[in-house]
Design a binder for this molecule. Structure first.
Ligand code: UDP
Length: 356
C-alpha cells in the first residue's frame, strides 16, 4: 500500500517521528513537506534530531497568508498526487497544511486519513478549529487520540471509519524522553531545575492585535518566578513589528530564548515548576511528564487534562494566571487518557485495514 503523508509544521514533525516508522513497517510511505514552517529552528532541526526521513517532495510554500498558502500547497500537492498515484493521503492535526492536504486529496479522489481527528474547542474563530472540522468531514479514516474525540465526531454524525488509536505525541514523548533526560537545557540558561516556569505562546489570538500583545506582555511581566520563553519566530515578529519586544526583553527574571529543538524543549519541560502556554501539544506533553499546566486560552481540545486537574484555563489574564500559579498541584494518579504509547502502530494498522 502506498501512503502519501503531508507534514509542514513543528508539531507535525514531532508526530511524524513515530508515524514514519510505523507506516514504513506496514507499507510504502512517501513523505511530503509543505514548507509552511521553513525556519531551520522549526523544521530542519526536527528532521535531524528526531531521525525523520528526508522528504521525498518539498512543496516550499514559504510565508504568506493562509489563503495564499492553502492555494499554493494545493496546486503543488496535486502534482505530487498525480505523479505518485497513492492509495491514501495522510494528514495530521489542524494546520493550514492539514486543510490544504485534505482538500487536495478530496478533489483528486484519493482516500483521506486524518491523524488527531475529532478534536474540538467549539471556537470557530480559531483557524485550527476551522481546519479540523473541514478535514474531519472530508476524511475516510478518522484516527482519534481520545474517547472525547470519538464522541465529538459522533455528535457531528461521523461514525464510519472512526478509530480510537491513542495519541502519537505520547508515542514521541516515550521515544525521546530518555534522550531528553540526558540534557540539562535549564543550566544553559542559568536556571535551576524545579524553580522556573516554561512559557510558549504562538496562537493568532495571542499575537495578532496590539491589545493581545499588550495582554501577553502584562501576563509575562506578572509571573512571580524565573521563567524561560523560547519565542516562536511568528510571535517575535509580531512583538517586534508592534514595538512590544523591548518591553518584554526588560522583564526581570524572564529569559527570552530562540525556539528550542524537541530534545532541549522536553528537557526544559521536565525541569519546569509549571508550564504556561497556548500550545495544543504542550498541554499534553506537560501531562505526560507530570508538570502542571496553565493554558492561556479560554477553551481547549484536551478537556480531559482540565477535568482531571492537570491543566487550568486562564485566558490571557494576569490575575487569573497568578491565581492559578499559586494553586498548582499535580494529582497523584495520571489516567491513561492518551493510550499506551503505541498509537502510531494503531494508525498504520487502521489505515491499511480501511484502505489497503
Ligand atoms: N516545541 C519545541 N520547541 C519549542 C516549543 C515547542 O520543540 O521551543 C515542541 C513541543 O514539544 C511540541 C510541539 O513543539 O511537541 C508543539 O508545537 P506548537 O506549540 O508549535 O504547536 P501546537 O501543538 O500548538 O499545534
Amino acid at each position: 500500500m502506498r501512503i502519501v503523508s503531508l507534514v509542514g509544521n513543528r508539531p507535525q514533525f514531532v508526530k511524524a517521528a513515530p508515524l514514519c516508522i510505523a507506516l514504513r513497517a506496514q507499507g510504502d510511505e512517501v513523505l511530503v513537506h509543505s514548507g509552511q514552517h521553513y525556519d531551520p529552528e522549526l523544521a530542519d532541526l526536527f528532521f535531524d534530531e528526531l531521525g525523520i526521513p528526508s522528504p521525498d517532495h518539498a512543496l516550499e510554500v514559504g510565508p504568506g497568508t493562509p489563503v495564499h498558502q492553502i492555494a499554493t500547497i494545493m496546486e503543488r500537492f496535486e502534482g505530487v498526487l498525480r505523479d505518485e498515484e497513492p492509495d491514501a493521503v495522510l494528514v495530521y492535526g489542524d494546520t493550514t497544511t492539514t486543510l490544504a492536504g485534505a482538500l487536495t486529496a478530496a478533489k483528486c479522489g484519493v482516500p483521506l486519513a486524518h491523524v488527531e481527528a475529532g478534536l474540538r474547542s467549539f471556537d470557530r474563530s480559531m483557524p485550527e478549529e476551522q481546519n479540523r472540522v473541514v478535514t474531519d468531514h472530508l476524511s475516510d479514516v478518522l484516527l482519534c487520540p481520545t474517547r472525547q474525540a470519538v464522541e465529538n465526531l459522533a455528535a457531528e454524525g461521523l461514525t464510519r471509519g472512526v478509530h480510537l488509536v491513542g495519541d502519537v505525541m505520547f508515542d514521541a514523548s516515550r521515544m525521546f524522553a530518555p534522550l531528553a533526560e540526558q540534557r540539562n537545557a535549564a543550566a544553559a540558561h542559568g536556571l535551576q531545575p524545579g524553580d522556573y516556569l516554561l512559557v510558549t505562546i504562538h496562537r493568532a489570538a495571542a499575537t495578532d492585535t496590539p491589545e493581545a500583545l499588550d495582554a501577553m506582555v502584562e501576563v509575562l511581566s506578572s509571573l512571580d518566578a524565573p521563567a524561560i520563553f523560547p519565542v516562536h519566530p511568528r510571535t517575535r515578529g509580531k512583538l517586534q513589528a508592534a514595538g512590544r519586544w523591548d518591553a518584554l526583553a526588560q522583564v526581570p527574571g524572564l529569559v527570552l530564548a530562540a525556539p528550542a529543538g524537541y530534545l532541549d524543549f522536553t528537557s526544559l519541560l521536565m525541569g519546569a515548576r509549571a508550564v504556561v502556554t497556548d500550545s495544543g501539544g504542550v498541554q499534553k506533553e506537560a501531562y505526560f511528564h507530570g508538570i502542571p499546566c496553565i493554558t492561556l486560552r479560554d477553551t481547549t481540545e484536551w478537556v480531559e487534562t482540565v477535568e482531571g486537574g492537570f491543566n487550568t484555563l486562564t485566558g490571557m489574564h494576569a490575575g487569573a494566571v497568578r491565581a492559578a500559579l499559586a494553586n498548582v498541584a499535580m494529582p497523584a494518579e495520571r489516567p491513561p487518557y492518551y493510550g499506551d504509547g503505541h498509537a502510531a502502530d494503531a494508525v498504520a494498522r487502521a489505515v491499511v485495514a480501511e484502505l489497503g
